[in-house]
Design a protein around this ligand. Structure first.
Ligand SMILES: C[S@@+](CC[C@H](N)C(=O)[O-])C[C@H]1O[C@@H](n2cnc3c(N)ncnc32)[C@H](O)[C@@H]1O
Length: 271
């Protein structure tokens, strides 16, 4: 039977809190400009599906100062942390235990439905996107960050990170029944769902646009949370996986080095 939360262990690891913090600091400054393009009024209803520790939810609540934001996740530890960090935004911003597979809210409720960094980590992304479209109002927007691990590029040295990603992504994806390239698959799913005005943009997390320390913090947190799992699902040992991650981190920290993570931001209007 398909495990609907194959990354439960990694999501609950302390390193994930660091991952989500660093990712938001790297991505949000460019992402917010894409959200502004939707030209939404500020008194809207927003859903943040798979909210984690509330990095995106809190930024959305601040961006739309009269909006209500319902942020949902299935990991109570993240929800508790989010509530304690962002109490100042209550009751406009609330955190609830709900699954993106079955949100249990009425059809056509939200003007803006956001799902950041979730659908690469769970199976059946088409079912999740259908559920998100169901709860979005006519004329409302889906705003997604569907990750794509084929869009990470580092420089070669003693190690070649391309070999690492090539090996790990294929085996990890197959073992967990997840699409680690869902950034490029999301478009097709949204077309099939009959959504309109689909846009695909990129937040460019690179060593020119983002501080090297923030970018390095992302890969350090991935290393700490995922080295074991990547070893379990590849020909690499844990030590070798750590060495590849350390190579990527050194590439980012090298003042003459260049590395880039292209982060797809996909949106669509619900007809
Ligand atoms: C990588 S985190 C992203 C968190 C947040 N969206 C952000 O941008 O910081 C993915 C989150 O999806 C959550 N998740 C996984 N399966 C879920 C489900 N079925 N329903 C709701 N959340 C889920 C995980 O618990 C985790 O908190």
């Amino acid at each position: 039977m398909t495990d609907l939360n194959p990354q439960a262990k990694q999501m609950a690891d302390a390193s994930m809190v660091r991952t989500l913090d660093a990712q938001a600091r790297a991505i949000w400054p460019q992402e917010v400009e894409l959200i502004r393009r939707y030209a939404l009024p500020d008194d809207i209803h927003i859903l943040d599906a798979g909210c984690g520790t509330g990095e995106g939810s809190s930024r959305l609540a601040e961006l739309f100062p009269r909006a209500t934001v319902l942020a949902v996740d299935i990991l109570d530890r993240h929800l508790e942390l989010a509530r304690s960090r962002f109490g100042r935004l209550a009751p406009r911003l609330t955190f609830e235990h709900r699954s993106v597979f079955d949100l249990g809210v009425p059809d056509r409720t939200y003007d803006l439905t956001v799902c950041r960094h979730v659908i690469h980590s769970i199976p059946l992304p088409d079912q999740v996107l259908a559920e998100l479209a169901r709860v979005t109002r006519r004329g409302g927007r889906l705003h997604l960050i569907p990750e794509d691990y084929g869009m990470l590029h580092f420089q070669r040295g003693a190690l070649d990170p391309r070999e690492f990603w090539h090996e790990v992504l294929d085996r990890f994806g197959r073992a967990t029944e997840t699409d680690l390239f869902v950034g490029r698959t999301a478009f097709r799913i949204l077309v099939r769902l009959g959504l309109e005005n689909i846009t695909v943009d990129y937040v460019v997390v690179d060593t020119v646009r983002v501080s090297r320390e923030i970018f390095a913090a992302i890969i350090e947190a991935w290393r700490d949370g995922y080295a074991e799992a990547t070893a379990a699902y590849s020909r690499f040992t844990r030590e070798q996986a750590v060495a590849y991650f350390d190579h990527m981190i050194a590439n980012i920290r090298d003042p003459h080095g260049y590395a880039v993570w292209m982060v797809p931001v996909v949106s669509a209007r619900v007809p």
